[in-house]
Design a protein around this ligand. Structure first.
Ligand code: HEC
Length: 96
């Protein structure tokens, strides 16, 4: 009984998380341009492919792009952030 309840809670938490983290329409090709211009000064793309990478879901990816996006000299628009996220997801992370 208690076990069934736990499973249900986990499942509903998961689906709530998935809903919160859908990516709006974005352009991966434009994202790649921004990425190659601004995002390779501290790390190469090996951080996205390493075994123990930190980002494990779309929510995490959105957050990381936001955090890293504030480390560069230019300020990125929301659309540019979305393009970047789409590029990284299409190319490396492949979250659904
Ligand atoms: C000022 C330096 C710096 C810049 C510039 C930078 N990053 Fe990062 N980024 C980091 C550091 C530090 C980490 C964490 C590396 C580690 O934990 O080993 C990281 C990690 C990441 C990760 C997580 C990789 C994983 O483990 O799954 C993503 C995604 C990412 N960066 C995206 C970007 C994007 C997109 C840009 C361009 C907007 C960018 N970064 C620019 C410093 C930077």
């Amino acid at each position: 009984m208690a076990r069934g309840f736990l499973l249900l809670s986990v499942l509903s938490a998961l689906s709530a998380g998935a809903q919160a983290a859908t990516l709006p329409a974005a352009d991966a090709a434009l994202g790649k341009k921004v990425h190659d211009a601004y995002c390779t000064s501290c790390h190469t793309d090996s951080v996205y492919t390493r075994k123990d990478r930190h980002v494990t879901d779309m929510q995490g990816l959105l957050q990381k792009v936001d955090v890293c996006g504030h480390q560069i000299d230019v300020s990125l628009s929301k659309a540019q952030m979305n393009n970047l996220t789409k590029y990284l997801n299409d190319t490396y992370y492949k979250f659904k």
